[in-house]
Design a protein around this ligand. Structure first.
Ligand SMILES: [Zn+2]
Length: 367
């Protein structure tokens, strides 16, 4: 919790602001004195930053609390949940784009969906621009920014390197949307968004987790030491084309037996709907194959918190138990004994809320 004293005064001020906002976000309303203890900042710094935050109406004073009966009652300071909204877009679903206004606590205040009608390329991009325009117009609060969660690989500049289902290659979506917006725009991969939702808004104190998102394909978001890990080329978590069945089904990528030939939303839907399908068998097999793919990752990184995001079949107990049992059978007790395989905290909204989490992280330093 050190201050950024070696940087310029603006950087230091921004870092201190993030420290305080983070403490208030995770700890709830707190007195200035306790904020100083929690963050290691001097009482004078805390007062000064809180004054700025009050001026910006990001925080509010919330009455008093008497601590231990000594001294005068302390005034509590808390984040104002509806002082800013985030415009959020989830582009990961095959049939529709989902959009919403989300407040600073991760609550979805307004939700809209837009039929995709199989739009790809420029037409999909035009629809995204229209959605942003609609939601900005809907907001009756100041906006913190726009967060977009896209399928595919997204670099840290907001360029969608590749999103096959949308027909996008090297699309500088962040730059294009920024050119028309009066607020900051941030773009992230959908699985990474859902992982950020757990980190920023989840109930647990998850500092290390892997979130596996199943939709048209399979992807994962990694949180390591309390931060999103994106890898060398922003492609961390791309586990869909790891081969898990050597003589398996052919895959669109040219190999055989990739994880995506066993686990994806359309495929599971088809298998569950087939004549004479045994639900427990289908989910058990798919869940255990995912466990095979995850075991080495979890063992290597010492992660025991696995979050599943996607359709009800994937978050079902049968699927999760199969994944857990497979991982437990393939890892050391340090993983197996503490292993949790759980559905994502925010259900179908996790990617949308994750887009808000991204903006809170980038604009306010809350993670
Ligand atoms: Zn493949």
């Amino acid at each position: 919790l050190a201050t950024a004293s070696k940087q310029g005064p603006e950087d230091a001020r921004r870092a201190n602001r993030s420290l305080l906002l983070r403490a208030l976000h995770h700890g709830g309303p707190t007195s200035r004195a306790d904020l100083a203890k929690l963050t290691g900042l001097t009482p004078a710094s805390v007062s000064s930053v809180v004054r700025d935050l009050l001026d910006q109406e990001l925080v509010e004073e919330l009455g008093t609390r008497v601590d231990g009966g000594v001294g005068k009652p302390a005034t509590l300071v808390g984040i104002r949940p509806d002082s800013r909204y985030v415009v959020c877009l989830d582009l990961s679903e095959p049939e529709q784009f989902v959009a919403g206004l989300v407040d600073l606590t991760g609550k979805v205040v307004v939700r809209r969906s837009y039929a995709r009608d199989e739009r790809t390329g420029r037409r999909a991009e035009t629809l995204v621009k229209r959605i942003c325009h609609d939601l900005v117009a809907d907001a009756d609060r100041p906006l913190l920014g726009i967060g977009v969660a896209s399928p595919g690989i997204v670099d840290d500049q907001g360029t969608v390197t590749t999103a096959a289902h949308l027909g996008w290659t090297d699309l500088d979506l962040g730059v294009r949307l920024s050119a028309r917006a009066s607020v900051p725009v941030h773009v992230v991969n959908d699985a990474n968004a859902a992982a950020l939702a757990e980190l920023v808004f989840g109930a647990g104190e998850a500092q290390n987790l892997i979130l596996v998102r199943v939709d048209e394909g399979v992807g994962a978001g990694l949180v390591l030491d309390g931060a999103l890990f994106t890898g060398n080329r922003s492609a961390a978590g791309e586990i869909g084309h790891v081969v898990i069945e050597e003589h398996g089904e052919p895959c669109a990528c040219g190999k055989r037996g990739c994880l995506e030939t066993v686990v994806s939303e359309p495929l599971l839907g088809k298998r569950l709907g087939a004549d004479g399908a045994d639900e427990a068998d289908v989910l058990g097999h798919a869940g255990s194959r995912l466990g095979v793919a995850l075991s080495t990752v979890l063992g290597a990184l010492d992660i025991c918190d696995v979050v599943l995001s996607g359709p009800a079949s994937v978050t079902s107990e049968a699927f999760r138990n199969a994944t857990r049992d497979e991982i437990a059978a393939r890892t050391m007790p340090n993983i197996a004994d503490r292993l949790v395989v759980r559905p994502s905290t925010f259900g179908f909204d996790d990617v949308l809320i994750g887009a808000a989490a991204l903006v809170l992280d980038r604009e306010l330093g809350i993670h």
